[in-house]
Ligand binder design. Structure first.
Ligand SMILES: Nc1ncnc2c1ncn2[C@@H]1O[C@H](COP(=O)(O)OP(=O)(O)OP(=O)(O)O)[C@@H](O)[C@H]1O
Ligand SMILES: [Mg+2]
Length: 272
């Protein structure tokens, strides 16, 4: 039996206070054994009738055409769909990188679609680790420095910062390339640096856009297993866009997009 409770209704506080409260105090998932098993699941992200239009000259592209669903705290959610179906557009809204044309994205009780750009940047810094579709590595920084720069604002101690960056480079199997620049690495290696950078933030939410698009099947499976382990062990909410339908087996739920609309949501392992 599930009980959802809405942090917003409990907390008429400023956005970041509510956010911190959510992760420090309300995070508890209560499990009671036996027949009366009870799980308290908190709804972390509410996506309400989200629409996004891009206007190019005379043409309007309807990238999202009324998307609504909810993401639970601690959930591993996959977003699948064909190229151009609106996956990246949706992730950009969920990670507060962009605002919708209409509709709302509420994260931990806060409507991020109403925030100013600076507020969104600050909110994202505290809440979300990002792994982009095209890596976004700095060409003039080494792999290690690229990971470090992602956590430099949060970890002042340089030794600690280096230690954590090296740990995550090792975790994604790329420690031997720590001193290489992006131009001295393969696409798959650069992708793993980007994943290490996203993980190193150790933020409550991790958002990934095609994190394994350039990896071989074996490495790709290892990365998804790693993400699942992270999700299970630390309760990090993972929201990942992928073309790999097999990820549905690892994810708690999968949302399927088609032409900017949700056409199905499946539980772990179900075929759409
Ligand atoms: N900045 C933009 N300006 C104009 N059109 C855009 C812009 N960004 C995305 N689009 C359009 O919106 C639609 C959805 O794009 P989106 O990038 O979300 O697709 P996607 O599902 O992530 O595709 P892929 O799997 O190829 O990455 C596409 O038709 C795309 O051309
Ligand atoms: Mg995309």
């Amino acid at each position: 039996m599930y009980y959802y409770f809405n942090v917003k209704s409990l907390l008429p506080y400023p956005p970041l206070d509510a956010f911190v409260f959510q992760f420090i105090y309300v995070r508890a998932h209560v499990f009671c054994m036996g027949e009366d098993t009870m799980t308290i699941e908190t709804s972390l992200v509410q996506i309400e009738d989200l629409k996004k239009e891009y206007t190019l000259g005379e043409t309007t592209v309807y990238a999202l055409r009324g998307v609504s669903f909810e993401i639970m705290d601690g959930e591993f959610l996959a977003i699948l769909g064909q190229s151009g179906s609106g996956k990246t557009t949706l992730l950009n809204m969920i990670s507060a990188l962009d605002i919708p044309t209409s509709g709302r994205v509420i994260i931990a009780g806060t409507d991020v679609s109403k925030m100013t750009r600076d507020e969104r940047t600050n909110f994202r810094r505290k809440s979300t680790g990002l792994v982009f579709q095209f890596y976004n590595l700095f060409p003039t920084l080494t792999a290690l420095e690229n990971v470090e720069i992602g956590i430099a604002l949060d970890i002042k101690d340089k030794h600690q910062m280096r230690k954590r960056a090296l740990h995550y480079l090792e975790l994604v199997g790329i420690l031997d390339k720590a001193d290489n620049y992006p131009s001295q690495m393969s696409g798959g290696e650069q992708q793993r640096v980007a994943i290490a950078r996203g993980l190193a933030k150790e933020s409550p939410i991790l958002v990934l856009d095609e994190p394994t698009g350039n990896l071989d099947a074996e490495t790709s499976d290892a990365i998804w297993a790693l993400l699942k382990e992270l999700n299970t062990k630390t309760g990090t909410t993972i929201i990942a866009v992928t073309h790999q339908t097999s990820v549905s087996k690892v994810a708690d739920r999968s949302v399927f997009l088609r032409s900017g609309k949700v056409y199905g949501i499946s539980e772990s392992g179900e075929e759409e």
